[in-house]
Design a protein around this ligand. Sequence first.
Ligand code: EPZ
Length: 437
Amino acid sequence: MAYDGQSNAAICMEGGKCLDGTVLIQGSKNAALPVLAASVLIPDTCVFKNVPYITDIDCMKNLLKSTGAVLEERKETHMLRIHSENIREYRLPARYVSAMRSSVVLMGALLGRLGEALVDYPGGCVIGERPIDLHLFGLEKLGAQIWTDKNRIHAYADELKGALIKFPFPSVGATQNTILAAVTARGTTVIQNAAREPEVTALCDFLNKAGADIEIEHDFIATGRIVIHGVDISRLHGVEYTVIPDRIVAGTYMFAVLCAGGNITLENAPAAQLRSVCALIRKMGADVVLDDENDRILVSTDTKRKIRNVPFVETGVYPEFPTDLQSPLLASACVSKGTLILKERIFSSRFKVVEELVRMGADITALDHERVQVRGVAKLAGRTVIAQELRGGAALVIAGLAADGITTVTDTRYIKRGYQDIVGDLERLGARISYVD
Ligand code: EPZ
């Protein structure tokens, strides 16, 4: 059954087959969302390439249309043209905001373009509370006045003014929101302790291409410092921009090889952004070759026997081990030799997938609210399991590759939020997998 972003078809796979082959990594969800939001700032036409076909992007497209942008797309070429000459609506429809928390990043762009934004509180989700206090902190520092009631946030700014903004925590979304509001603010903004994720740098690259004036020093990872010199909105112009590859999708498939064994090549893979992941996977016994020049990563395990757990891993902010690969790591740890203690330091409850992995025969014990202990077992058993969120759902799919018999993952709508075609990708790598109604 071909990929259909709208259906909630289940994913069915038969485990036990090694992976072998090459797969092209899709455009990055977490890079595409903020740059599409940034188009609201630009009174011109932007052309985006390598935009992933995932439901979070569909949601962003609907949000952009609701502001008055006109979108044209050619699915076959993954190209999206956004005409933002006539952005006029600052109120975002609740149904799209509640469907995707990261829609809150549109606030900064709407403030920069229209001086006003009205957004529903994005609220928490299954991986934990998703407060936006740091977003509002940054916008208020730039001079926005913000009113909140139980479920809506109204931001208004006569004029945004450059400021010194020191984040107590390097929030990705809050950094992006603040950058978007600072682009056309009067004067200079200095952000300290900004998020260092590649999706922040990519946003700044896009904005500079469109006429913004943002400085990111070469030692940005060490300093976390971003300087934004405000420019008049008339300086901003349309650009043609290619979305960077998705490091989390690439990492997911790297852990798929640890689950199923085999030898794969990831094309268009952001090797330089996955150093912490590659270091861990090498320690677990796989061979990893990073070909930065050709954006290629080769991962192979000579036999599954060699894959073993490292004693302790904790998630952290970039460039530490990414929270979005915590569940895929967990899945591979279930069938690796030895014991892993895994600590989640970014989100307050990102272990929902544990209950489904245990149903497949995994030996996982919760040590406290932020740590689990995994003891590797020889085999998992195929089961029908339920995806409850995006990365946990992907983890169940790669766990199914290592399970005896048939695994069916239901509620795959969560997976389609971020994976363009996980079934097609894994099929291209030799997995026995398909969508089923
Ligand atoms: C982005 O979310 C990503 N989403 C997440 O990916 C990713 O896990 C996260 O960054 C961390 O890397 C997108 O880019 C669309 P944060 P974001 O603000 O911006 C707390 C995926 O699977 N916090 O860095 O929401 C927050 O509760 C998704 O693709 C505040 O307390 O991440 C969390 O515990 C999941 N106050 C921590 O910071 C705030 O105002 C990290 O959040 C904002 C955040």
